[in-house]
Design a protein around this ligand. Structure first.
Ligand SMILES: Cc1cc2nc3c(=O)[nH]c(=O)nc-3n(C[C@H](O)[C@H](O)[C@H](O)COP(=O)(O)O)c2cc1C
Length: 210
C-alpha cells in the first residue's frame, strides 16, 4: 500500500487539459462511496458532496458565470483575491495552459465539498471540507482521472456570479472555498512535478544530532 500511495502522491499533478467526455458514472460512484470514510472532526460526518457529473450541466454553469466575470473584468471589478495584474496573467494563461478557460480550466466535471459553517465548530467544518477536497483529488487520480483544485472559481461564483452559484444548489451559509475540476485527462504525463521543499521539515531526531 505504501508503494502505491507514494507513487500516487509523488506523481499527481494538476490537470488543465481534459477530454470532452463524461467520466463513467460507476467510477464517480466508487470514489464517492470511498469518500464516506474520509475523517471529519468529532466524526460529525456533516460534509456534503456536490458533483456536477454531466459535462453539459458544467457548461451551463460556465455559461452563467464566464460572461459575467468577463463583463466585471472590463470594469476592473474582480474577486477579492484578484486584481488587474492577476486577471491579466490568468487571461494570458488561457492561451497556454488553460485551454481557453481560466474559470474551470476546461474541466468537464466539478466536485465541491461543502458544509454548514456556523458556531463553535465552524473552523472544523472548513477543515472537513478541505480534507474532503484532498481525499477526492487523490482518489480521482488513483482512478486515472485528471484533477485540478481551484479556489478562483469558488470566489468568482460567490462574489461575481450569484446566479451561477445558485445553479450549484449549495446553501449560502455553507463553506465552499474549493472546487475540484475533474475528467479524463487529455495528456498522460510520464512523471510528477519536481518540487524543492528542502528546509521546511522539522524533525526532532535531526535537531538532536546537530
Ligand atoms: C488552495 C488551492 C487553490 C488553487 N486554486 C487554483 C485555481 O484557482 N486555478 C488553478 O488553475 N489552479 C489552482 N490550484 C492548483 C495549484 O496551482 C497547483 O496545485 C500548484 O500550482 C502545484 O501544481 P501541481 O498541482 O501540478 O503539483 C490551487 C491549488 C490549491 C491547493
Amino acid at each position: 500500500m505504501g508503494d502505491y500511495m507514494e507513487r500516487l502522491v509523488v506523481n499527481r499533478r494538476s490537470c488543465r487539459r481534459y477530454l470532452d467526455k463524461n467520466v463513467s458514472p460507476d467510477v464517480i460512484s466508487r470514489i464517492l462511496k470511498a469518500m464516506e470514510s474520509a475523517p471529519t472532526g468529532g466524526n460529525s460526518c456533516g460534509v456534503e458532496h456536490t458533483v456536477i457529473d454531466d459535462k453539459e450541466r458544467t457548461r451551463e454553469i460556465w455559461n452563467a458565470a464566464y460572461p459575467v466575470m468577463e463583463a466585471n473584468a472590463k470594469r476592473h471589478n474582480y474577486t477579492s483575491s484578484f486584481s488587474d495584474f492577476y486577471y491579466t496573467k490568468m487571461k494570458q494563461s488561457e492561451k497556454t495552459v488553460r485551454k481557453g478557460d481560466l474559470l474551470f480550466c476546461g474541466a468537464p466535471h466539478l466536485f465541491i465539498a461543502h458544509e454548514r459553517c456556523v458556531g463553535k465548530w465552524a473552523e472544523d467544518s472548513k477543515v472537513n471540507c478541505n480534507l474532503a477536497t484532498a481525499y477526492f483529488e487523490l482518489l480521482a487520480n488513483a482512478f486515472g482521472l485528471g484533477t485540478v483544485i481551484m479556489s478562483y472559481p469558488a470566489d468568482a461564483l460567490k462574489e461575481l456570479a450569484p446566479a451561477a452559484r445558485e445553479m450549484l444548489n449549495i446553501p449560502t451559509d455553507h463553506y465552499m472555498n474549493l472546487i475540484v475540476g475533474f475528467g479524463y485527462p487529455e495528456i498522460c504525463y510520464a512523471r510528477g512535478v519536481q518540487k524543492e521543499r528542502g528546509g521546511k521539515i522539522h524533525r526532532w531526531t535531526q535537531r538532536k544530532s546537530r
